[in-house]
Design a protein around this ligand. Structure first.
Ligand code: AMP
Length: 614
């Protein structure tokens, strides 16, 4: 038996923590967790860190039914803290960038007992949490480093009295619900063990593998596919501070991972960087590249495959399934672009509206069942509609081919999928309705070539308010990605045949499509994703193109390149806005910046502001 087969022989019935503990016992010197520019942690070191953290946490008399929130910057600490917390209680990893209202609501909703964070680091979410008086335990960065000497290890023996039962909640996440509040998904130890094992088996992961993680670790994709699937199969996961297009190719060259997993918008940005900076694409030892969480355009898949000479494996995941549901297989088995592949863990079926399976090639709702699938939402009222018997309804519409390949054809649920980030339309409706000028509001998805979907809303007003004022109002309360790209002011909201507001199909009814198309003008060269590249021809365009190139470390920027497509993100935007302010004394808001995602549109804005100032 090869090393790999030996590792994969570990059965998920053993339990998640026991699977990792077994590797720590047999291969304590192997590297488990790395990070750019930092010393790696071995499996033995990981055990020791986790064991010490468990001891420290035990002094807070935590109960298995308690919820401990972790608020960490993306990186190895987040992964290690998660493993420690789940020895004692359930862990709710919190997005550190949540706005104060969102963070307070979440912590309150989950009944969080204790919050863990990193000393000397702060985040908007943490400030809000501290303000409501929950105990916040600050851990030192040294607690996550390789210990100088062995400490009682995370072995099944040392910690067995505290190890949780398979049915105990381990990971608490929320979905972006279509009802008034997001639904709480309590994933158990058994769910996580099954899912990590499914992913490791499907991808044939073993001790020789190294995953470069760029996904946030407060979401199942990064936590289960990158971290847990690696740690149950004896490989290494390099935990980066998060996706950064400007760093990605250097990370790939220096860490030499055998695989990475990301959402389609990241793949698109990576492919674009590789196109612009071919000298940064070093030879790799990639065995495959994985994509999940939103639909991957076949052209992006092909581009990544050609640039990195590695097969692209598109998978279909969902929080309620502890991530992986279906996946295209590794070669030599057939990868079928445009499909999400075969059942890759749970059983899947396609059913009609009354819960009867439909024949192959017939469209219906995708359902799943299996050890990785949540038994029910924490709020039991949501469960009646969420299941057909023991089959969990995904709310995704799809079709199975005769040979078992699944294609996602649409969505029955109303959640907006903005490039992998899920947004609850009801949350935005409710916020808009709390504005004194808004009488009715409906938030909906608009198809978007790059992100898959964008957020838009329509409102009926009781008193005057501008679209801009309403968008700024949303921006004050919610994370930036939830701010509707357009808010249409209408005399009445379109209703469906039964008189109910219907989000699905509303964009088409209102004639909305690809909201960023407004800022394209004459084309001189069409790039691989349909971007238009034109050289700057005004001083403002030249100034901005040079600034973008400097901040994003690009050799050349076309005036129609879109900021996010060429590797920009919100951090880079903050740096750019500061540089614009410094050089021109012009204040550009974040909303204005993302509303005008090209050099051309931003140059127009800046010229207008400068004219007004004269
Ligand atoms: P999440 O719970 O954030 O993982 O989101 C799950 C949802 O993302 C699914 O129900 C789908 O709507 C969507 N999704 C995940 N993977 C894919 C994919 N490969 N193609 C299309 N949609 C996907």
């Amino acid at each position: 038996m090869s090393d790999q087969e030996q590792m994969l022989a570990a059965s998920p019935e053993l339990g998640l923590l026991q699977m990792v503990a077994a590797i720590s016992e047999t291969s304590p010197q192997s590297i488990a967790v790395g990070a750019p520019g930092r010393s790696p942690l071995t499996y033995g070191g990981l055990s020791a860190c986790v064991a010490a953290l468990v001891d420290q946490l035990a002094s807070h008399s935590l109960d298995p039914s308690d919820v401990v929130a972790t608020v960490f910057p993306n990186g190895p600490e987040s992964a290690v803290a998660f493993l420690a917390v789940i020895h004692l209680s359930a862990c709710a990893p919190v997005n550190p960038d949540l706005g104060p209202d969102e963070a307070r609501d979440l912590v309150d909703r989950l009944g969080v007992r204790l919050v863990l964070t990193l000393a000397g680091w702060n985040a908007p979410a943490l400030e809000a949490i501290r303000a409501i008086g929950i105990v916040v335990v600050e851990l030192d960065a040294q607690q996550f480093g390789e210990p100088a000497q062995a400490y009682p290890s995370m072995s099944a023996n040392t910690l067995s009295p505290r190890l949780r039962a398979p049915g105990d909640a381990a990971l608490i996440l929320t979905t972006s619900g279509t009802t008034s509040r997001p639904k709480v998904v309590p994933l158990t130890h058994a769910n996580l063990a099954a899912s990590a094992h499914n992913i490791a088996t499907w991808l044939m992961l073993g001790p020789q593998d190294r995953c470069l993680n760029v996904m946030p670790l407060f979401h199942v994709h990064g936590l289960v596919a990158a971290v847990l699937a690696t740690l149950v199969s004896g490989g290494e996961v390099v935990c980066t501070p998060g996706f950064d297009a400007t760093q990605f190719l250097p990370w790939l060259a220096s860490h030499q991972p055998t695989w990475f997993t990301a959402v389609p918008t990241m793949h698109q940005a990576i492919a674009e960087r590789a196109r612009q900076l071919p000298h940064e694409v070093a030879p790799t030892r990639l065995r495959f590249v994985r994509s999940a969480s939103a639909a991957l355009p076949p052209s992006v898949a092909q581009d990544i495959e050609e640039r990195f000479r590695a097969p692209m494996i598109e998978a279909y995941g969902m929080t309620e399934g502890a991530h992986q549901i279906a996946s295209n297989p590794l070669p030599p088995r057939l990868r079928r672009p445009g499909t999400v592949g075969l059942a890759a863990g749970p059983q899947i079926a396609v059913m009609d509206l009354s819960g009867r399976p439909v024949a192959a090639e017939v469209v219906g709702e995708i359902v799943m069942r299996g050890p990785n699938v949540v038994r029910g939402y924490a709020d039991s009222s949501a469960n009646t509609e969420a299941f057909f018997g023991d089959w969990l309804r995904t709310g995704d519409q799809g079709v199975l081919s005769v040979d078992g390949y699944l294609t996602i054809t649409g969505r029955l649920k109303e959640i907006i999928n903005r490039g992998g980030e899920k947004i609850s339309p009801r949350e935005i409706d409710e916020l808009l309705l709390s504005h004194p000028a808004v009488q009715q509001a409906v938030t909906f998805a608009v198809p978007d070539r790059r992100l898959g979907e964008q957020v838009a809303a329509a409102v009926v007003l009781r008193e005057d308010a501008t679209e801009r004022a309403l968008r700024e109002f949303v921006a004050q309360h919610l994370s930036a990605f939830k701010v509707p790209r357009r808010i249409l002011v209408l005399d009445a909201l379109p209703k469906g045949p039964t008189g109910k507001l219907q989000r699905i199909g509303l964009a088409a009814q209102l004639g909305l499509r690809d909201l960023d198309d407004d800022d394209r003008d004459e084309a001189t060269h069409v790039g691989p994703f349909g971007h238009v590249h034109t050289e700057p021809h005004t001083p403002a365009q030249q100034f901005l193109a040079d600034l973008w190139a400097d901040v994003l470390k690009l050799s050349r920027v076309g005036i129609h390149d879109r900021f996010l497509d060429v590797g920009g993100d919100s951090l880079a935007a903050v740096r750019l806005l500061a540089r614009i302010h410094e050089a021109l004394d012009v204040e550009v808001s974040m909303i204005d910046f993302f509303d005008r995602p090209t050099v051309s549109a931003q140059a127009d804005l800046i010229e207008r502001v400068l004219l007004d100032q004269q």
